[in-house]
Every structure is written in structure tokens, then in C-alpha cells.
Design a protein around this ligand. Structure first.
Ligand code: CTP
Length: 407
């Protein structure tokens, strides 16, 4: 983002006030932000706000006597254009090449390789009107990136799709867009969450895995250009809104096993973060297990049988071009167990963490991991957010794809 010249176009949607924070966040990240507003946007927010946060002049007038070719100057300046919010009217003008004010004229004057991102924001009915849908399709076909609107309470009081995403989310979208696409063309299967093994119709054996590590890896892989299948056991996390991530939800180890085996031949790498139950009840009671009314000392026995080891099975099917990455949560003898798993499961590397530490492992946002490789080398990583750890893991995966030494 440092030094990146971004043209932020603000059109007359009620969410225009959020764009002030967008301009501010982009500027704080080091971008050189210039803002162009439409007349309608000027009725909702003041150019002074944008001037204050970007320290750059804010323009809206195509006919100012002192500026000879303001649309050409802006178009030459822009290395990336973000229109947020983008109204139905402005989207229609872009789709049809109408140039009747500074911002719309600038859009026509952009260099052909300048990326354009737009964040539509409007009432749900306007968004879903065939005219708007068609206009968005036209823009998509020209390579414009559409930042999908959020759902929720709209300014008009309706509830539905059409909210401008929060400024932080818009800025993250821009950041991801600008990232180098080092995993472009790669298909990656990532498993996440903790499997549930049914006892009866209302109960299950489970584990506290939150799915955060797998979801972070899916987001990071997609940001680096990979196509991701996120195969997840139940979690409270919401499905990633990213067209490069296909989410498949399963419940039990057997369901995850079947899906993973089916998908495996089509992927270049598997990252197996899921906490898969090693055992399941040998029989699932139909209905609900009822306690007896007159025997407080009653005991019931549940027999457990082994689940397949998914990673082990993938390891036997792996072709030389496929990469397998495992996770290991251990309470003791981390290195011994981790190295044993690399060999037994035919892994390229394993990410191991000591779950006896409070900042590592299940259901927390951070992790302290060591990556062990086949060649006896290892990388000790300090305490970090799971999103940052995802990046470190993918750096190693990329090195393997590039055929280099994985350390
Ligand atoms: N794994 C799997 N299928 C299973 C169990 C585990 O694919 N039935 C995967 C996990 O997703 C993880 C790795 O294998 O990537 C963890 O291996 P392992 O430590 O063998 O799982 P545990 O059951 O915790 O091992 P152990 O019984 O040795 O404690």
C-alpha cells in the first residue's frame, strides 16, 4: 500500500460518510489518496473531511477555470480506483459510458490497465432491479471488481442486502486485491473445525476446535490467488465471502473422510487443520437416550470404534506433485510425535503446537507453533495471530511449489 496512488470516488449514497474512514485508513497505510466526489456526494459529506484525512485536494468540478484537464490529471494519477459507495446511478453511468461530471468522465479517461473496484450501496430493491443487475454484469465483464454489499438494516429502514461494508472490510479488500498472487492457479483443500460424532439424535462427542486456523488459511490462500475448497466441520464462524473459497460443511469424521478423498485428486495441496475424532460411537441410538427414572446409579456403556485417519490415507494416495501439510496438537514430546507423524502420514511438513500453553491451540486467536520438515529441519515461530501464522505456513508451501528447499 505504501506510496500507492489511489483515486477514491465518492458518489451520493447515504453511506458516503463511511468513505471518510476509508480515506483515512488507506492514508494511514501509506497510500497517496485523492478523492473525487459527485455533486450528490457533496450534499451528504463535505470535501473538507476528505481533505483533512488525505492532506490532498479534493475535486468534484470538471469546469474549474484553474484546472485545465482535471479528468485526465486524475486518470493519470490513479494506480487503482475505488468507488465507495457506488450508487445505482453511477453504476449505470459507468456501464454505459456516460461522462457528465468529473468522476464519470475520469472513469472513461482511465488507462486500460488501471484496476477499478466498486462497492455498490443502495436499497435492496434498487440493487436487485434488473437494470442494476445487468449494469453490474456489464462492469464485471469489463474486469471491474465488485465488492459485494453487506446485508442488514439499511438507511431507509428496510432490512436487506445493500449496505456498504464497514471501512475496515473495504480497505482489507483493497489490500488483498493488491497482494502478489503467488498461489495463482493452485487448488488447495483446507480442512477446519472439530468433527462431531453422533451418540443419539440430539447428542454428539466433539472437541473445542473453533476452526479459526483453517478459516484463516483459507482467506490467506485465496488472497494469494489460490482456489480453495474449505471443508469444514461445524464452527461458529461465518462462511468466507470470497469467490475463490468454496465452503463445504460436514459433520462427522466419516463425512469429512469421504469428501476429502473425493476432492483430493483435483488439488495441488491439502492443509489438514481439522481436529478429526479418532473414535466414534459404534452405534448411534435412534431418537434420544433416556435416563431411567428410578436408578440414580445407572451406568451406560458407549463403545467407540476407530475412525479412518484421513491424512494417513491421503498420504498413501499422494502423487509426487501434491503437497500434504498436517497439524499436530500435543501436550508433551512435541518434536518426537510431530516427526513420527511426518513419516507415518507421508507429509511434506507438519505444524505442531503445544496445547498445554494457554496462548496456543484450540479456540484462541493466537498460536505458538513449530514447523517440522521432512529433512529434520524446523522453524520455531513466536506467539502470533492465527492469521499471521497462516501467512508463514503458506510461505513454506509456496517454496515447495517453487521447487526450492522448504526451509
Ligand atoms: N487427522 C486426520 N484423521 C484423523 C485424525 C487426525 O486426518 N482421524 C489429521 C489431523 O487433521 C491433523 C493430523 O492428522 O492434521 C493430526 O494427527 P494426529 O496427531 O495423529 O491426530 P491425533 O489423533 O491427535 O494423534 P494421536 O492419537 O497420536 O494423539
Amino acid at each position: 500500500m505504501e506510496g500507492k496512488k489511489i483515486l477514491l470516488g465518492v458518489t451520493g449514497g447515504i453511506a458516503a460518510f463511511k468513505s471518510i474512514s476509508v480515506a483515512s485508513l488507506l492514508t494511514k497505510l501509506g497510500a497517496n489518496v485523492r478523492v473525487a466526489m459527485t455533486e450528490s456526494a457533496m450534499k451528504l459529506v463535505s470535501p473538507k473531511n476528505f481533505h483533512e484525512v488525505t492532506k490532498n485536494p479534493v475535486t468534484h468540478d470538471l469546469w474549474k477555470e484553474t484546472d485545465l484537464h482535471p479528468h485526465i490529471d486524475l486518470a493519470n494519477f490513479a494506480e487503482l480506483v475505488l468507488i465507495a459507495p457506488a450508487t445505482a446511478n453511477f453504476i449505470a453511468k459507468m456501464a454505459h459510458g456516460i461522462a457528465d461530471d468529473l468522476l464519470s468522465t475520469t472513469m472513461l479517461a482511465l488507462k486500460s490497465n488501471t484496476p477499478v473496484l466498486i462497492a455498490p450501496a443502495m436499497n435492496t430493491r434498487m440493487l436487485e432491479h434488473p437494470a442494476t443487475r445487468k449494469n453490474l454484469e456489464i462492469l464485471k465483464s469489463r474486469g471491474v471488481k465488485i465488492i459485494e454489499p453487506d446485508s442488514g438494516l439499511l438507511a431507509c429502514g428496510d432490512i436487506g442486502r445493500g449496505r456498504l461494508p464497514e471501512p475496515q472490510d473495504l480497505v482489507e479488500f483493497v489490500q488483498n486485491f493488491l497482494r502478489k498472487k503467488t498461489l495463482e492457479g493452485k487448488q488447495i483443500l483446507i480442512t477446519a473445525g472439530g468433527t462431531r460424532e453422533r451418540l443419539d439424535s440430539v447428542r454428539f462427542l466433539g472437541n473445542p476446535s473453533s476452526g479459526k486456523m483453517g478459516f484463516a488459511l483459507a482467506e490467506e490462500s485465496a488472497a494469494r490467488g489460490a482456489d480453495v475448497v474449505l471443508l469444514t466441520a461445524p464452527t461458529f464462524l461465518s462462511e468466507p465471502r470470497n469467490e475463490k473459497i468454496k465452503t463445504i460443511r460436514v459433520e462427522s469424521a466419516l463425512e469429512m473422510h469421504d469428501a476429502a478423498i473425493r476432492i483430493f485428486p483435483n488439488v495441488d495441496a491439502v492443509i489438514m487443520t481439522a481436529a478429526v475424532a479418532d473414535f466414534r460411537p459404534s452405534k448411534v441410538f435412534e431418537g434420544k437416550i433416556k435416563k431411567s427414572k428410578d436408578n440414580p446409579d445407572e451406568k451406560i456403556k458407549i463403545e467407540l470404534v476407530r475412525n479412518p485417519d484421513i491424512l494417513l490415507e491421503l498420504g498413501t494416495r499422494k502423487t509426487p506433485n501434491q503437497v500434504l501439510i498436517g497439524f499436530a496438537a500435543e501436550m508433551n514430546d512435541l518434536e518426537t510425535y510431530a516427526r513420527d507423524k511426518i513419516q507415518r502420514k507421508n507429509l511434506d511438513f507438519i505444524v505442531a503446537n503445544d496445547v498445554s500453553k494457554s496462548d496456543a491451540g484450540f479456540a484462541v486467536d493466537t498460536n505458538i507453533a513449530t514447523i517440522f520438515f521432512r529433512d529434520d529441519s524446523k522453524i520455531d515461530l513466536p506467539l502470533m495471530e492465527k492469521s499471521e501464522l497462516a501467512g508463514k505456513i503458506l510461505d513454506q508451501l509456496q517454496k515447495i511449489f517453487e521447487g526450492g528447499n522448504s526451509i
